[in-house]
Design a protein around this ligand. Structure first.
Ligand code: SDX
Length: 440
């Protein structure tokens, strides 16, 4: 039974075009902005709305993640992310995101065992890695192998079968860490390490990345907890670029593994998930606090493409709550691994201080985002910058699969097919308007 959206009490919008008035229903939210329903506007007015980058567009209705960009609030299924980061763990959070409420003890124990059972990959998948150059970016391996899973798990491709949908989400979450660890091992020329299912998700990931045949990797509870918090904080974030990519891919009926591979590809961009690698590389390039002013001016210069990586956000016009938590985790991890007065952390804190006092950043409400401090932690744990976005992708499989499930189960969902403002040429005959340039 299609649940009718709750219309706002006696609130409606009217749009007047050429003396004709169009009435647009307004729907209520439980938190955040209300929406104007423009789905019938083109049919009635023959006009499209225009919103490149979708800054003013709600692409869907969702109950999963809420962000208040002005107040710097982030909630998964109504729970504040800071509370989940301290009291929950990543696997419980994946269950919460997908099923909508916190599992009870029996459900969670059963779910943990089911996820653990899916950590292994089909042995033939090892061959996929052999096809990559050793210096391939690990995200290239994540995209390729994630998509290839569809050829190995053909009993969880039917998106209309709830059981197969559920199996696919569990396989994707469980195997993402194994694939990420294998990509790391392959890039450093070490043998793959199998998962150990008596370890929790974060411990298992560290084990698969840092154990090797010559010596046992002793898992530090401090680093495992930091890893788990990083996974929780990166798990979901409303309709960001990669999640919207997963939803759009899923709206055509593509199989879940292909949709998540599309999400991995979108996350890779430096404006999105690739920013954690870019932010650390930027800090290393700045090198010393005396160079901060020069880079701040570059970031403010409209003619210069340089942006302060790890700063700014389409939604947050306040401090990203995840960056606040990661800044605290930073100090704890650096102390634990014995890095005193880390020059990069000192530089990051000084850069943040100077930027937040600068009118350009204050007026444009640019604050540190999730990617500003995460790289410092991951580098201290032992990861190279190329692995930072892989770790982001592993965590985000929780949100991608939850959002994909919500979309697939939404009775009104249909294929996403935006339109355009066409400003190209019309009415040309073959031969007219041929290029006169001698280069192309
Ligand atoms: C993630 O969407 C999500 O939720 C993403 C994410 C998630 O969890 O999924 O939160 C993860 O992707 C975080 C963002 C990581 N990216 C970076 O740190 C890269 C650096 N940041 C910028 O590229 C930028 O801030 C974006 C891409 C994040 C947001 O771009 P928008 O939406 O264009 O930013 P905006 O409209 O708020 O920008 C307002 C102005 C613009 O200048 P004007 O056109 O008004 O003159 O601020 C400028 C921007 O050029 N600006 C910056 C800047 N970020 C925005 N100027 C210098 N340095 C920056 N970092």
């Amino acid at each position: 039974m299609v649940k009718k959206k709750k219309k706002s009490q006696n609130l409606k919008a009217e749009l007047k075009i050429n003396n004709k008035t169009y009435s647009l229903p307004i729907y209520d939210s439980t938190a955040g902005e209300k929406v104007l329903d423009i789905s019938k506007l083109h049919q009635e007015s023959n006009y499209f709305t225009y919103d490149p980058g979708f800054s003013s567009t709600a692409s869907c209705e969702s109950k999963i993640t809420f962000i208040d960009g002005n107040k710097g609030i982030l909630k998964y299924r109504g729970y504040d992310v800071a509370e989940l980061a301290t009291k929950s763990d990543f696997i419980e959070v994946t269950n919460l995101l997908i099923y909508g409420d916190l599992p009870n003890k029996a459900q969670l124990n059963k779910y943990r065992k089911l996820i653990a059972r899916h950590t292994l990959l089909h042995d033939q998948i090892v061959n996929f890695f052999q096809g990559f150059r050793r210096d391939a970016h690990p995200m290239a391996m994540m995209v390729g192998v994630m998509g290839a899973l569809s050829s190995f798990y053909q009993d969880s491709l039917d998106i209309n079968d709830p059981h197969q949908r559920q199996e696919a989400t569990r396989r994707i979450i469980a195997k993402a860490a194994t694939i990420g660890a294998m990509a790391y091992k392959y890039s450093i020329g070490q043998a793959f390490v199998s998962p150990k299912n008596n370890l929790n998700y974060a411990e298992n990931f560290l084990h698969m990345c840092f154990s090797h045949s010559a010596e046992k990797y002793k898992i530090s509870p401090v680093l495992a907890k930091a890893m788990d918090v990083i996974f929780i904080l990166h798990a979901d974030h409303e309709q960001n670029a990669s999640t919207s990519t997963v939803r759009l891919a899923g709206s055509s009926g593509a199989n879940p593994f292909a949709c998540i591979a599309a999400g991995v590809a979108s996350l890779w961009g430096p404006a999105h998930g690739g920013a954690n690698q870019a932010a650390l590389e930027m800090l290393e390039e700045i090198g010393d606090t005396k160079n901060i002013k020069k880079y701040i001016s570059k970031a403010k210069d409209k003619e210069d493409k340089f942006k302060l990586m790890g700063f700014g956000h389409r939604v947050y016009k306040n401090y990203d709550p995840r960056a606040k938590i990661l800044k605290q985790v930073c100090s704890k991890v650096l102390k634990h691994v014995g890095i005193k007065n880390d020059p990069i952390l000192k530089l990051a804190i000084e850069l943040e201080k100077i930027a937040l006092k600068d009118n350009y950043f204050k007026e444009k409400k640019l604050y540190p985002n999730v990617d500003f401090y995460s790289g410092i932690i991951l580098r201290a744990i032992g990861f190279p910058p190329e692995m930072f976005t892989v770790i982001f992708a592993i965590a985000r499989t929780a949100g991608w699969t939850a959002q994909w499930t919500e979309m697939t189960e939404d009775p009104i969902q249909k294929i996403g097919r935006p339109r355009q403002l066409y400003t190209g040429k019309v009415k040309l005959k073959y031969g007219q308007n041929r290029s006169t340039k001698n280069t192309r």
